[in-house]
Design a binder for this molecule. Structure first.
Ligand SMILES: [Fe+2]
Length: 309
C-alpha cells in the first residue's frame, strides 16, 4: 500500500484533573518519555520508539476527557488538499498556526458530527527514538522504564452520528472500514473500526448519545508477554484496571483497559491482523458483541458501554 494521504494517529490532547499526579503516572507508570512543557501548562510525551516530538499531551482541567485527536499527513500539499476536500464536503475547517503546539507545524482542525475535534498536520519535529539512524540498537534504556509502549496506536471515541463520521473518514480522508458491530436491529452500526494503513484500526467510533467523549487512547506493546508485564506494573502501582488481560474478538488484539488517575481510560494493546483496503469488512452481530469485546470470557462488560470521559 502506498502511504500517500493520512499516515497515522499523531497526537491526542487529554485533560487531567491533577497535573503533577498525571505527570508521575504517564512518565513513571505508563513509561512515556516527557519531551516538553509549554506556556499554557501543557506537558508533552512520546512513546519510546516514536520518532516525532510528541504524541500524547496532557493539560490540567476541571473535567477529564479529550480535547482533540490528530493525524499526521504525508506533506503540506496533502494537508492543503485534504483541507479543500473537507470544505468541499461541507465541513468548516480552521487553521491553527505552527508552533501553537510545541515542535508542531500548522494544523487543520474540524469538528465531526460526533462532536470530536480532529486535526491534520504535516510537520512535527523528528527527535528520534534515541537509537540513531545508522546501525541502531533494537532498544535502549527508555524501553525499560515503566510499561513503555511503542507508540500511540489508535483511539476509540464515543458520540452520536457515527454513520456520518464513517463517511467523512472513508469518502474524504481515505480510510477504510475494517470491522463493525451492528445495532440490535441489525440496520446500522453501533461501532466501527477504521484504518488509514495496514493496521486493524487507526481510529474507532461507537454510537453514544453524548458528543465528544473519550473511550480510550491505545498504546501499542511489542508482545503478549509485554501486555502481561504491563498488567503486573499496573497492579504494583494500584492502577484501576477495567478489563483484561484478554483478547478482543474484534481486531484480534490482546489488551488491558485501565484508567489513568483522572479516569481517562487507556489501553495497552498488541496484535491484530493486517488488513488491506480491498478486504471485506468483518461484521459482529450485537448479540455476539460480548465475544467481540472479550473473546475468552464472551462478556459484554458494562463499563465498556457506559464509562467514558
Ligand atoms: Fe483499542
Amino acid at each position: 500500500m502506498a502511504m500517500t494521504g493520512v499516515l497515522r494517529p499523531g497526537h491526542a490532547q487529554v485533560r487531567v484533573l491533577d497535573l503533577e499526579a498525571s505527570i508521575k503516572f504517564y512518565r513513571d507508570v505508563l513509561g512515556l518519555v516527557e519531551t516538553g512543557r509549554d506556556a499554557q501548562g501543557r506537558v508533552y510525551f512520546k512513546c519510546w520508539d516514536e520518532r516525532d516530538h510528541s504524541s500524547y499531551v496532557i493539560r490540567e482541567a476541571d473535567s477529564a476527557g479529550i480535547d482533540f485527536f490528530g493525524f499526521k499527513v504525508l506533506d503540506k500539499a496533502t494537508l492543503d488538499r485534504l483541507e479543500a476536500d473537507l470544505r468541499a464536503y461541507g465541513l468548516a475547517t480552521t487553521r491553527i498556526p505552527a508552533g501553537e503546539m510545541l515542535e508542531t507545524g500548522e494544523r487543520v482542525r474540524f469538528q465531526l458530527p460526533s462532536g470530536h475535534l480532529i486535526e491534520l498536520y504535516a510537520e512535527k519535529t523528528a527527535v528520534g527514538n534515541g537509537l540513531g539512524t545508522t546501525n541502531p540498537a533494537p532498544w535502549g534504556a527508555s524501553r525499560e522504564h515503566g510499561i513503555a509502549p511503542i507508540r500511540l496506536d489508535h483511539g476509540l471515541l464515543y458520540g452520536p452520528n457515527i454513520a456520518e463520521v464513517q463517511k467523512i473518514f472513508v469518502d474524504v480522508l481515505g480510510f477504510y472500514l475494517v470491522e463493525r458491530v451492528l445495532t440490535e436491529d441489525g440496520q446500522t452500526s453501533a461501532a466501527v473500526w477504521l484504518s488509514c494503513s495496514h493496521k486493524v484500526h487507526d481510529i474507532a467510533f461507537a454510537e453514544y448519545p453524548e458528543p465528544g467523549k473519550l473511550h480510550h487512547c491505545s498504546f501499542l506493546m511489542e508482545s503478549w508477554e509485554s501486555v502481561l508485564r504491563a498488567g503486573d506494573i499496573m497492579s504494583m502501582n494500584k492502577v484501576a484496571v477495567d478489563i483484561g488481560p484478554t483478547r478482543h474478538g474484534i481486531t484480534r488484539g490482546c489488551t488491558i483497559y485501565a484508567w489513568d488517575p483522572s479516569g481517562n481510560r487507556f489501553e495497552t494493546f498488541m496484535g491484530g491482523y493486517h488488513p488491506y483496503p480491498d478486504y471485506e469488512p468483518l461484521t459482529w452481530t450485537f448479540d455476539n458483541f460480548g465475544q467481540g469485546l472479550d473473546y475468552p470470557q464472551r462478556k459484554l462488560h458494562e463499563t465498556f458501554l457506559t464509562v467514558v470521559t
